[in-house]
Design a protein around this ligand. Structure first.
Ligand code: TMP
Length: 209
């Protein structure tokens, strides 16, 4: 594969959106073709599934939630991510399967071995080349989200304990996965982006070797 696959993760309110824009601008400046996408979503069907998944008014079973996440991912991987990477495009994805381990595994309590089976079915050996994890205490994430002028979605509506479990799984995965790079989400935007730029430069160097 010629393009590189970068994902961005973190608890809700960690500031992913701001940083995604920065990463994209930086790579475009370096003359790369970039695709910014998100999960759940990234295709027409995926975005429809996203509406169901985030709809806080209609309860769904944890297993349904897990399968819909992977249904959206199957569309995304087959129709968007793989073709883009094969064409040499760098893919920047707002969340990917680490989020499933964190939210459905840690948060909902689904056995990670079940997630692994679906991961293999859906992605084969496709994994991000680099994953930025923006870590911060969940209370801070919650405070940042309080300013929103829209209704909270299914995951934003969950309690602090759920979010703590999500955070712990993200941190455990960061320990286990060398592709993950954890950053303190409470630091200034400039400090975080300086660090991101250094990691991107490393990846660019590796990709041209
Ligand atoms: P966003 O708010 O960052 O766009 O993400 C949408 C929500 O979906 C977020 O609260 C995390 C959740 N999510 C999961 O629970 N599992 C997943 O696999 C993904 C990709 C997202």
């Amino acid at each position: 594969m010629i393009g590189k696959f970068i994902s961005l993760e973190g608890v809700d309110g960690a500031g992913k959106t701001t940083h995604l824009e920065y990463l994209s601008d930086y790579l475009v400046q370096r003359q790369l073709t970039v695709l910014v996408t998100r999960e759940p979503g990234g295709t027409n069907t995926g975005e429809q599934l996203r509406s169901i998944l985030l709809d806080a008014t209609e309860p769904i079973a944890p297993l349904t939630e897990l399968l819909l996440m992977f249904a959206a991912r199957a569309e995304h991987v087959q129709k968007v991510i793989r073709p883009a990477l094969l064409a040499g495009t760098w893919v920047l994805c707002d969340r990917f399967t680490d989020a499933t381990y964190a939210y459905q595994g840690g948060g909902r309590g689904i056995d990670p071995r079940k997630i692994e089976v679906l991961e293999r079915m859906t992605q084969g050996d496709l994994r991000p080349d680099l994953t930025f994890l923006l870590d911060l205490p969940v209370e801070i994430g919650l405070t940042r989200r309080r300013g929103l002028d829209r209704a909270r979605d299914r995951f934003e509506s969950l309690d602090l304990e759920f979010k703590q479990r999500v955070r712990l799984v993200y941190l455990a995965r960061n320990e286990a996965e060398p592709r993950m790079h954890c950053m303190d989400g409470t630091l200034s935007i400039e400090t975080i982006q300086d660090e991101m730029r250094k990691k991107l430069e490393q990846l660019l160097e590796e990709s041209t070797r």
